[in-house]
Design a protein around this ligand. Structure first.
Ligand code: PEP
Ligand code: MN
Length: 262
């Protein structure tokens, strides 16, 4: 079902009138994690003013260490919905375990994180629901594995899948991951699904977000997902890759010279 050979036309994923994959660049922005009402509402207002069309923020966080901040959980989801009420921005947030699904009724786009890309039980369950899924590429997943994971969701009937490249594991450790830009033309040739790039997790370095976003757009990405924090130095998760709302605003102004955003 993800195969371009059987679906020559590009798929467009409609999220409350925001269409991903329609030719313009869709921007998803927000903090790595929801930390407080003040934080998420302030960031939501700022990124919206700069042109973001979706608010991201993790409530359930997949952290390497069990002693790190694990996210606010259900309370974090409540705060995301509050930020949505304040701004109208649809919400993108990660589901870490299928048991959490009943809490996600009002979430607009469910994110499957890199670590869950091959959680086939979860993918099958997400295939049964009627909601867009943002599927992140696994840390060392091949293109075939990535597309097969999309296929797991689509096989169940839910064809609203957005593919997200977030950097892969290579020998290089100067950046957090290695952004595989060649996946954009490849995925768009092999599949009809929208492809977005996450330059924040791909590099792990705030000052690289702008250039990698430009590169993603030049290579034909349907969107970017960018981590923005009002106080990056105090962020409970991924502060090094977070840009401030002011920096986000400048980047958006630059990117608008290269592409259409609506
Ligand atoms: C995230 O988007 O915050 C995240 C945890 O991403 P990934 O699954 O790509 O590491
Ligand atoms: Mn993050």
């Amino acid at each position: 079902k993800a195969n371009r050979a059987f679906h020559p036309d590009d798929s467009i994923i409609d999220v409350q009138g925001n269409r991903i994959g329609e030719g313009h660049v869709s921007v998803i922005a927000g903090p790595c994690s929801v930390e407080s009402e003040e934080q998420i509402v302030e960031i939501a207002r700022d990124v919206k003013a700069s042109g973001a069309k979706f608010l991201r923020g993790g409530a359930f966080k997949p952290r390497t260490s069990p002693y790190s901040f694990q996210g606010m959980g259900a309370d974090g989801l409540e705060l995301l919905l509050l930020a949505k009420k304040e701004t109208g921005l649809p919400i993108v947030t990660e589901l870490m375990d299928i048991s959490q699904l009943p809490l996600f009724d009002e979430v607009d786009v469910i994110q499957v994180g890199a670590r869950n890309m091959q959680n086939f039980t979860m993918l099958k369950e997400l295939g049964k629901i009627d909601k867009p899924i943002l599927l992140k590429r696994g840390l060392s997943a091949t293109m075939r594995e990535f597309l097969m994971s999309a296929e797991y969701i689509m096989a169940g009937g839910n064809e609203q899948v957005i593919l997200c490249e977030r950097g892969i594991r290579t020998f290089e450790n100067a950046t957090r991951n290695t952004l595989d830009l060649s996946c954009i033309p490849l995925l768009k040739k092999k599949s009809h699904l929208p492809v977005i790039i996450d330059p924040s997790h791909a590099t792990g370095i705030n000052w690289m977000v702008e250039s990698m976003s430009k590169a993603a757009i030049a290579a034909g990405a349907d969107g970017v997902m960018i981590e923005v924090h009002n106080k990056p130095e105090e962020a409970l998760c991924d502060g090094d890759q977070a840009i401030t709302p002011d920096e986000f605003d400048k980047i958006m102004a630059t990117l608008k010279k290269y592409a259409e955003f609506e």
